[in-house]
Design a protein around this ligand. Sequence first.
Ligand code: ZN
Length: 391
Amino acid sequence: MINVMSEMIRIPAIAPINGGTGETKRADMLERYLEGYDSVIRVDSRDDHDPGVMRPNILARKNGKEKGTVWIVAHMDTVPAGNLEDWETDPFEPVVKDGKIYGRGTEDNGQAIISSMFASKFIPKEALSKRSVGIAYVADEETTSRMGIEYLIKRGYFSDDDVFIVPDWGTPEGDLIDVAEKNLLWLQFSVTGKSTHGSTPEKGINAFKAGTGFLTDLIAEFGKEFPREDCMFRPGVSTFEPTKCAGTVMNVNTIPGNFEFSMDIRALPEYRLDDIVAVAERVAEKHEKKTGARIDIRELQRHDSGRISSTRGAVFDSLIDSIESVTGVRPKPAGIGGATCANFFRKEGYDAYVWECGGGTLHGPNEYVMIDNMVTDAKVFASMFYKLCVG
Ligand SMILES: [Zn+2]
């Protein structure tokens, strides 16, 4: 497992839009390790930013006797390394130290690539009297998923009889299973006033002042309109956070005519994103009247969550039983604020479960995977394959 992980980390797999060349070389390398499966299908899609680059997806399967496949879905792409000075080692030269492997993409999502490969590799095809065993290695999770999991779902590679496990989020103890994700909305607010000299504010409209007054009111209104709590989610409320903010003026004695900020909104699934936008528009209109500034709202990203995956029945039971038998901990279902490939399945009406051991160093410098976590995950998935595919 350490050797395959190390070989993989030496091959960067960064999206063209982030300055990389995609996952093709990494996919070629992984495909060489997928021996002994009944079928290994490669589904490439053209990159929509750089049409010269193909984004690869791999579907490997060992056929069972009954309908349906138990899929483990892992993504091959990674985010860029970031500032190299923050790294203690070369992000693309794996280092094994103190039970960990350091390198970009080791935890996110290399851990799942390796655990699913080793959980499925040694199961004899002849033993599969029930469902099929499948692993899906997909592209483009870190940016849009349009050329990855969404591409596969839209083209009908999955069916209602399938089971989906997405090991792309977890807790160190493995005690939570993500069965739901919040709705995500990014809004940008551009406030246009009128610039003037700092000594004569009455001759202009201070966009900064109008914008921050509006923002304070907006956060309070969001809290009033969308107050519900759901203890299954972490955190249990909808969150409305101002995040990015552009500079106003270069000098202190000018009243700024423009002010721009963005919000990251993660709402409980029961709230509709259109209703949130409507509240923002209403509060903006009120402040336009009050201050004379113009407030334009632009949607930067929207991501509606699908329905909550079922926490009843044989599939969910086999997952929690497998986790308990390997880790000794009986996990609980939870909802999270992040967004994984699982949500694309949920939007299509499928149940999908996100689970792995770990979480913490992804996307940052000095990313690492705990070798024990990789092994624990592989044991859990092997146990689950045994329950659902062997008998
Ligand atoms: Zn990931």
